[in-house]
Design a protein around this ligand. Structure first.
Ligand code: BG6
Length: 486
């Protein structure tokens, strides 16, 4: 078994810790990937005693694990790995010393500092880690979005943490990269010659990348209303997916090669300036509507404010200006309170060069490769075939289906578990380099600026739908439509 390690979670009693990090560590423990002697050290402000914290963590596990995953005996064993530590990050007092003393009882082991706290206090937290002598060659710093509000603020955050940690020790999480099907996308692209030969502007008509959610604000009104969908989802998750679809093959599956290829894609994104922003983007905001037969409130009602022009939906057309992708539109879309929860990538191929069948055989649909990341993990190749029920020639679409959710029923994939264990193992290939953050913001910033200058209200859409009509029109202008499987 691997060596024991320590993981310190700043913001240990916060939403991210209880929802994602603690359950991920519980799963790692259940799979014997938390070596004996390892310590999980949640640091939190407030007066919770260690046993009170452990009771709260247990309640969080019951609430956030999937059905049937919680096991009393396992949870109780897992809790013996928890060493809660109450401290105020900003105040360098005896409690920081207690943390230092605790960690220094095993000074040589791998230490992961997970900052599940607002970026405004990343700097002071790192400063104290350094002042208390806790940053060693074996330390890793894990941080998570929102990494800034624009390029300048992201840069400031990255500069600040870089004063204490080398870039190679910084692990920026984008949890989409921890999803198994997202990694499968790279496997699909870089191990199958049939796709490699067709993966360019000569054969591909357009690409759709869509992440639709059915949830609304989920208690994050303050953050979300400041951020909006473009910052919350496109700057990171959607652009990362775009990178994985569009990048050249790395020469090896190692962090530096993968990241370098992703940066090239981000650099090649065609900037949108001035009026182009309005030609290529659609902003939306949901109003009350029906979801699964239930009336759900509109954004403003959820927010509890009469006015806000924050977008809860965005659709846009992007171009990657390089030889491989010249003139191929990439349509990105994401929104809250949409009809279905799903994340999918659709690669639509060009049509055949010459139709040999009579019109009576029916329409010829283009081939599509549909990579579904959630809710179920599937890859579908849609092709044309003959309808075997008819004597005369009738064409119909048929699909080759790979259903990973079926074939890997026993696997409980958890992006956070995977990413935390990768950080422990110093494998940064699924983490974001600061150059990726900077380039993504550099493309996003002018869009936000143009929106702000025009101060047009977002297009309204009813909760429980696929977004505003303008999003369909964006694709219709080019003769396409959203795939919307489900
Ligand atoms: C987060 C966003 O990064 O991703 C949330 O801040 C969003 O607003 C979430 O709900 C979606 O993640 P997933 O894995 O549920 O698709």
């Amino acid at each position: 078994m691997a060596e024991p390690f320590d993981i310190v979670i700043f913001g240990g009693s916060g939403d991210l810790a209880f929802r994602k990090i603690v359950p991920a560590l519980y799963r790692a423990f259940g799979e014997a990937k938390l070596p004996e002697g390892s310590r999980v050290v949640p640091c939190y402000r407030g007066a919770l005693t260690a046993s009170e914290y452990i009771a709260e963590a247990d309640a969080a596990l019951r609430e956030h694990l999937l059905e049937g995953e919680y096991d009393q005996a396992q949870a109780s064993e897992f809790s013996s790995y928890l060493t809660p530590c109450a401290l105020d990050i900003k105040t360098a007092d005896a409690r920081w010393q207690t943390l230092a003393d605790l960690l220094n009882t095993a000074a040589d082991r791998v230490r992961v500092f997970y900052l599940a706290i607002p970026p405004a206090i990343f700097g002071v937290c790192c400063q104290h880690l350094s002042e208390y002598g806790l940053v060693s060659a074996n330390s890793r710093l894990v941080v998570e979005k929102p990494l800034g509000y624009n390029a300048a603020s992201a840069n400031a955050i990255n500069d600040e943490i870089a004063r204490y940690f080398d870039e190679t020790a910084i692990y920026r999480i984008d949890h989409y990269l921890g999803k198994e099907t997202v990694q499968n996308l790279m496997a699909l692209r870089f191990t199958n010659v049939i796709f490699e030969q067709l993966w360019d502007a000569k054969s591909i008509d357009h690409v759709q990348i869509s992440i639709s959610e059915t949830v609304g604000l989920e208690g994050r009104a303050g953050f979300y209303n400041e951020a909006g969908a473009l910052r919350d989802m496109v700057q990171n998750h959607l652009l990362q997916l775009l990178c994985l679809v569009a990048m050249e093959s790395p020469h090896k599956m190692k962090a530096s090669s993968i990241r370098a290829e992703k940066v090239k894609v981000l650099e090649a994104l065609r900037p949108m300036v001035g009026d182009e922003v309005f030609k290529h983007t659609v902003r939306g905001q949901y109003v009350a509507g029906n979801h699964n037969g239930k009336l759900v409130p509109g954004y403003l009602e959820e927010l509890g404010e009469p006015n806000s022009s924050t977008e809860t939906f965005v659709a846009l057309r992007a171009y990657v200006d390089n030889w491989r992708w010249a003139r191929v539109p990439f349509y990105l879309r994401t929104g809250k309170r949409m009809k279905q929860r799903s994340a999918e990538i659709v690669i639509q191929f060009k049509g055949v060069s010459h139709r040999v069948y009579e019109p009576s055989a029916g329409p010829l649909l283009p081939n599509r490769l549909v990579i579904r990341l959630q809710p179920e993990e599937t890859i579908q190749l849609i092709m044309m075939s003959k309808d075997l029920n008819t004597l005369d020639m009738q064409l119909q679409p048929a699909s080759l289906n790979l259903n990973f959710s079926e074939s890997y029923k026993h696997v409980k994939s958890d992006a956070y578990k995977r990413l935390i264990l990768d950080a422990v193992a110093a494998n940064s290939s699924l983490f974001i380099h600061r150059d990726e953050v900077a380039n993504a913001w550099a493309w996003i910033d002018p869009i936000i600026e143009a929106w702000q200058q025009a101060s047009q209200p977002p297009h309204l859409y009813r909760a429980g739908t696929w977004g505003p009509d303008e999003s369909d029109e964006l694709l219709a202008e080019d003769g396409f439509s959203w795939f919307n499987s489900g």
